[in-house]
Design a protein around this ligand. Structure first.
Ligand code: ZN
Ligand code: ZN
Length: 357
């Protein structure tokens, strides 16, 4: 883990900074292993400083990588930063995506004139985007656990249960199998509700002959999984079957486009072209996918507006959908690891239309 801090320190000359103040807790965890709810890190060529408060004395002693010097703050954590800097003249970068304007003003007030504050951008995120083998292993385990939970819920059937009951059973099953919890609020959306990409489970009974969109994931050892399957609860009409087949083909086209070096925009376009050609361009309103790791949505993005270029070791979703307002929706989502020659799929639930009574 100390290697991550070394690689981060090596990036600092590029942004003209001597030190980087890391205040995002996810980034602090990534760098140090600390999982508490209050902590910050200061990193430079010769600086590995971790700061928390008295509540986390023992936890931080157990979790924080030995390369870091630990300080227990007596006031606000940020107040300790000025003390750690000593009397040097230097440029201190901060995480502008994570620090509030108020904290920034407070920090500026605390620091002497000789310290220049600069925006640091997404330095830790740039490291996190390429997963290490252990991280890929953790995400794969989370995906496996989530798949097992869905299989269990499918065995119990869908017809006659409410969306909330199914979502609750799925989340309960993931916890029973060892997950810390769901990696996001599960979506179980039957019939017309499936046309809402971010539907909340309702107290509505699932009927026969419907499409049911289920989007769920597990959190295991801090890492997230993310998957969607659209299931049938009996015989479907021709247009539902055609739409399912269309999304399935688009999803496969998206997977086939992935490899080290492809842009997030081109990957998105590969799947989108299939849906556009079928006349459903307006019914696929979101991007093709997103990175997954310590957070459920992280870099890189696969979308029309993405400026990401995919690299080996990225873990991303491929999740096209077609949403027909008032009727139904279909989304199929796999979690994959980008490789030099393509991608390897972490999701194991089949994608052929499954009928569950
Ligand atoms: Zn999802
Ligand atoms: Zn997703």
């Amino acid at each position: 883990m100390s290697d991550r801090a070394d690689r981060l320190a090596a990036r600092l000359p590029e942004i003209g900074a001597d030190l980087l103040l890391v205040t995002s807790l996810v980034n602090v965890r990534y760098l140090t292993g600390y999982t508490g709810s209050n902590g910050l890190v200061l990193i430079g060529p010769d600086t590995r400083a971790f700061v928390t408060d008295f509540r986390y004395v023992e936890q931080s002693a157990a979790e924080v990588d030995a390369a870091f010097d630990r300080t227990i703050a007596v006031r606000e954590l940020i107040d300790t930063v000025a003390e750690l800097l000593g009397d040097r003249s230097l440029t201190l970068a901060f995480e502008d995506a994570h620090m509030s304007v108020r904290t920034h003003e407070h920090l500026r007030d605390l620091l002497p004139e000789r310290v220049t504050l600069v925006s640091g951008g997404d330095q830790v995120e740039a490291l996190r985007v390429v997963k290490e083998p252990d991280e890929i292993q953790a995400i794969a385990e989370a995906a496996k656990l989530a798949d097992a939970a869905l299989r269990h819920v499918m065995e119990q059937g869908l017809v006659g249960r409410t969306e909330i009951e199914v979502a609750t059973a799925l989340e309960r099953q993931m916890t029973d199998l060892g997950a810390q919890g769901p990696s996001f609020d599960s979506i179980v959306a039957a019939g017309p509700a499936g046309a809402l990409p971010h539907a909340h489970p309702r107290d509505v009974t699932i009927g026969e002959g419907e499409l049911v969109v289920i989007d769920w994931g597990a959190e295991l050892d801090g890492y997230c999984s993310d998957c969607t399957r659209t299931l049938a609860t009996g015989e479907l009409d021709e247009s539902a079957l055609e739409t399912y087949d269309l999304v399935h083909r688009a999803q496969v086209a998206g997977l086939e486009a992935l490899h080290d070096g492809v842009s997030g925009r081109d990957a998105d376009e590969s799947a989108r072209a299939v849906i556009d050609a079928a006349g459903h361009a307006e019914h696929f309103g979101h991007g093709l996918g997103h990175g997954v790791g310590l957070e459920i949505h992280e870099a890189p993005r696969l979308s029309k507006r993405s400026d990401s270029v995919l690299a080996s070791g990225n873990v991303v979703t491929v999740e096209p959908g077609v949403y027909l307002p008032g009727r139904f929706g279909v989304r199929i989502e796999d979690l994959v690891v980008v490789t030099t020659s393509g991608c390897s799929i972490l999701t194991s639930v089949p994608k052929e239309l499954i009928t569950v009574g």
